[in-house]
Design a binder for this molecule. Structure first.
Ligand code: SF4
Ligand code: SF4
Length: 428
């Protein structure tokens, strides 16, 4: 029996959270943890002792190479001692390396970035800023495979209840204005666009970017919906927005870039929205690498066996099973769901009510698609029922009368096809 991650918890509203009105919102800062774990998208077996081993001392902001002659590196987000390096298995079986740092003390900042030459150069940008809070691969914007026609800065968050990027726009429009300028210079993109909820359009008014007001109704803020509504282009099955010359980046990452360039200090804190078991929403800032457990303890949030922790928003988030999971560069939201509020899936087959088909913004015959996915027929699902055209909104699960976790079947199907493709590439 699969537990639904969120659905059934009260009645999720399908409108994006409305903030604005000129008043800045408070942010709760989580103090430095005693230990931190930094997740890196790099194979554990390739980490060489030449560059990183247990017992090494690291400083905050220190750039640590991972391979000889390659460009792989990570930035230490704390000052302390490497206690262990392990494999971490994430969503859909994806593996990462986890660097565990103990004895974290007050920050001793590594001076390499502040002593570096022109911080507004491609070389320095790729050398230090590949991962920034809110983005895990800036390289795809600075050195894209397909030249970029436009960069869209997300001043509205993609999922419901999440207001991480709205808050950045509301609380730091000056930083965002600078970041937009720097990003334009670095990427040479022809057009800069910022998407905002209606209540924040005046906060984006002075930026060197076209301001696009997004109707605050889910899923209008998803990139493929923006492609359709703003650029009047449909992203073909299996392609990304970037393949079509349009890249998306969170407002938070743009502000982080401005901070790093102006101050020569690596941004190492992450903003996110936290929703507790009572549905209370909090704006949090924590050091990247802080465990969820430490965050909850500081906020006096107690979890018990059977509660669910959702990483991400209610429509697209996923359950995580360990409170040891650290805050990462892309942690935009954490939702804690009380065990009594979790709706369990029952083994009811699809009753062919058609609700999912009516809800699907990509026009997919979801009722037919789910039959193939439930039986592991992923190739057929892509070929016959357009699996790869799914824009990953989760509306099908939200409306499903039989409570089938359709969205998770879809994500599993896509992950399996991606693995299959990468096996084919490596086998020649
Ligand atoms: S998640 Fe479901 S509703 Fe959304 S695009 Fe994909 S199939 Fe359609
Ligand atoms: S909403 Fe659920 S029960 Fe209804 S057709 Fe779609 S998958 Fe079947």
């Amino acid at each position: 029996m699969i537990k639904k991650p969120f659905f059934g918890w009260g009645s999720p509203r399908l409108k994006y959270p409305a903030i604005g009105g000129g008043e800045k919102e408070p942010v709760t800062e989580i103090p430095l943890p005693q230990k931190a774990s930094i997740l890196i998208d790099y194979p554990f077996e390739k980490i060489t002792e030449m560059f990183l081993k247990k017992g090494d001392r690291v400083k905050t902001g220190q750039r640590i190479r991972l391979s000889e002659g390659g460009n792989d590196y990570f930035i230490s987000t704390v000052t302390g001692t490497v206690e262990d390096i392990s494999i971490y298995t994430g969503y859909m079986g994806r593996t990462y390396s986890a660097i565990h740092i103990e004895g974290v003390t007050e920050d001793q900042w590594d001076p390499t970035l502040s002593n570096a030459g022109d911080r507004l150069s491609t070389e320095i940008c790729l050398k230090f800023f590949r991962r920034l809070p809110g983005i895990i691969d800036l390289e795809r914007l600075v050195d894209p495979v397909v030249p970029l026609d436009a960069i869209v800065i997300k001043g509205i968050d993609e999922d419901l209840l999440v207001k991480t990027n709205q808050l950045v726009l509301l609380n730091n429009p000056e930083g965002l204005t600078k970041g937009v300028r720097y990003l334009k210079e670095l990427t040479k993109a022809k057009r800069m666009i910022i998407t905002v909820p209606p209540g924040l359009s005046s906060d984006a008014g002075n930026m060197d970017a076209d301001v696009i007001k997004v109707k605050p109704v889910y899923p209008q803020a998803l990139p493929k919906m923006i492609m359709k509504n703003v650029f009047k282009r449909t992203v073909p099955a299996g392609m990304t927005c970037e393949d079509m010359g349009v890249a998306f980046i969170n407002a938070e990452a743009v502000v982080a870039l401005a901070d790093a360039i102006d101050n020569g200090v690596m941004p190492v804190d992450k903003n996110f929205t936290l929703i507790d078991k009572d549905g209370k929403s909090m704006n949090i800032r924590a050091r990247i690498g802080t465990s969820f457990k430490d965050v909850f303890e500081r906020l006096n949030i107690k979890t018990e066996h059977g509660d669910s922790i959702i990483l991400g928003g209610p429509m697209r988030g996923r359950s995580v099973y360990m409170e040891d999971m650290p805050v990462n560069y892309n942690t935009d939201a954490i939702i804690i769901q009380h065990k009594d509020d979790i709706t369990e899936n029952v083994d009811i087959p699809c009753i062919n009510c058609g609700e999912c088909v009516r809800a699907c913004p990509a026009g997919i015959q979801v009722n037919m698609l789910v039959r193939l996915l439930e039986n592991g027929l992923y190739d057929e699902a892509a070929r016959e029922y357009d699996l790869m055209s799914c824009i990953e909104c989760g509306l099908c699960t939200y409306v499903c009368t039989a409570r089938i976790p359709v969205f998770h079947y879809i994500m599993l199907g896509k992950a399996e096809l991606a693995k299959q493709k990468s096996r084919e590439v490596s086998n020649g």
